[in-house]
Design a protein around this ligand. Structure first.
Ligand SMILES: [Zn+2]
Length: 418
């Protein structure tokens, strides 16, 4: 006797009158919809949970945006939500590093789990499907053993895997990478979580050798690279240039993400063009982190007159992928905020003068961000309904107000069987 067929719930969806940013459609051919400025507009249908298409729209006064879930490229879940217990904060990057270092006396298992969980819950409720968190690594002989925070973040990555992909990057000292035992530990741990080798590159002696070692480890073991680089406005910082040159010379073809690159702001004219051309040739991506850079960079006794960001507009004009990240949240490096890529993008619009059409900026926290982390890109026309969001907003300017509601598409209230 044949078994009865199980009836699956319908995964067919139809949502009336949506707008999809054209920057988030890989191929408009066959996707449908009418062109309306930076958007395609129509009624969205998904058959059997996938193959999104736009049919002629039932136009309404209040269309909704459909977006892929976000990718947060750069946070520090080990540090977040610690500022309120710090006795004195305020100052430049060095002062923040010192204050955060003193706070590590409180980093018990319970404390780390509670703060990092709060950060993860913020990312999930902000609509993220993936995030990379850096994790401070020990120095010297201590670098041969993963710190407690790494173990906790690894556990949380597992606990939350049904809601978000948490990608981890140990934030190491370049000089420690030369120690074979440390390198072995790092490779084992990074490979285990599918993360990236992270390092802090500022003004240390012998940077070329340290950067070369990072590339050798990454190439040999097929892992991604992620640098905190040139996070300062002093003249002569050349970490980004060294990374780009090493990428070209070694032929490294894995993902390389460079955060900060603030000192690019000191370059102009031919020197800036040469640096940008080198970066473009290397294939690396840059992540700008406006909240932390605005707070820490360009400190004087008085009111700041520099913004501390990298050359976001010039890099974009030369087709270098520029991502926006949230970085520090309520810690010694930035006393305010929440883990929310939409809020970070909105801040980048103001801080870096990213002019309309703002719908063209969504890849900075979605498709380009995913690619920079070595993850699959999710374009709307190729997505499953599990990977899409509906934003109760008729435009990007409205959607970048983070009080505007976001819904997972599969649970959107207007859902009807197609
Ligand atoms: Zn950072």
């Amino acid at each position: 006797m044949n078994k009865p067929l199980l009836t699956q719930p319908s995964r067919d969806v139809r949502i009336a009158d949506v707008k999809v940013p054209r920057s988030l459609v890989r191929s408009a051919t066959g996707f449908g919809g009418i062109v309306e400025g930076a958007y395609l507009r129509g009624d969205l249908i998904c058959k059997n949970g996938g193959s999104p298409r736009l049919l002629p729209a039932s136009l309404s006064p209040a269309p909704k945006l459909v977006l892929p879930r976000f990718t947060e490229a750069h946070v520090h879940l080990d540090k977040c939500h610690s500022v309120d217990r710090m006795p004195a904060v305020g100052g430049n990057l060095r002062a923040a590093i010192d204050a955060q270092s003193q706070d590590k006396a409180f980093w018990s298992e319970e404390d780390l789990r509670a703060r990092a969980t709060r950060g993860l819950q913020e990312l999930i409720s902000a609509g993220c499907k993936a995030a990379r968190s850096h994790v401070d690594w020990s120095h010297g002989e201590g670098a041969r053993t993963p710190p407690l925070a790494w173990h906790i973040l690894k556990e949380l990555a597992q606990d939350f895997r049904d809601h978000i992909t948490l990608n981890l990057a140990p934030l190491t000292s370049l000089e420690d990478l030369a120690d074979p035992q440390t390198a072995k530990t790092l490779v084992r741990e990074i490979s285990c979580v599918g993360g990236a080798l992270g390092s802090f590159v500022l003004d240390q002696p012998n940077l070329p050798k340290g950067i070369q070692t990072a590339f050798e480890i990454a190439m040999h073991h097929g892992i991604a690279l992620d640098f905190h680089v040139d996070e300062g406005l002093a003249d002569g910082l050349d970490g980004l240039e060294l990374i780009a040159r090493t990428a070209i010379e070694t032929g490294f073809d894995g993902p390389i993400l460079c955060g900060h690159a603030c000192s690019m702001m000191n370059l102009s004219g031919d020197a800036m063009k040469r640096r940008i051309n080198l970066v473009a040739q290397s294939g690396l991506s840059v992540v700008t982190l406006p909240s932390t850079n605005l707070y820490l960079q360009g400190r004087t006794e008085g009111t700041p007159d520099r913004r501390g960001l990298t050359r976001v507009r010039e890099l974009r004009a030369s087709s270098v992928p520029v991502i926006v990240g949230t970085d520090n949240v309520r810690d010694a490096f930035c006393p305010l905020g929440r883990h929310n890529p939409r809020a970070s993008l909105a801040l980048a619009v103001l801080a870096a003068h990213l002019d309309p059409p703002l719908a063209d900026l969504w890849p900075m926290i979605t498709t380009d961000a995913a690619q920079a982390l070595g993850m699959a890109q999710t374009f709307v026309d190729e997505a499953s309904i599990d990977d899409l969001l509906v934003c109760d907003a008729p435009s990007t300017t409205s959607a970048l107000d983070d009080s505007t509601q976001l819904y997972p598409l599969k649970t959107y209230a207007d859902r009807t069987v197609a």
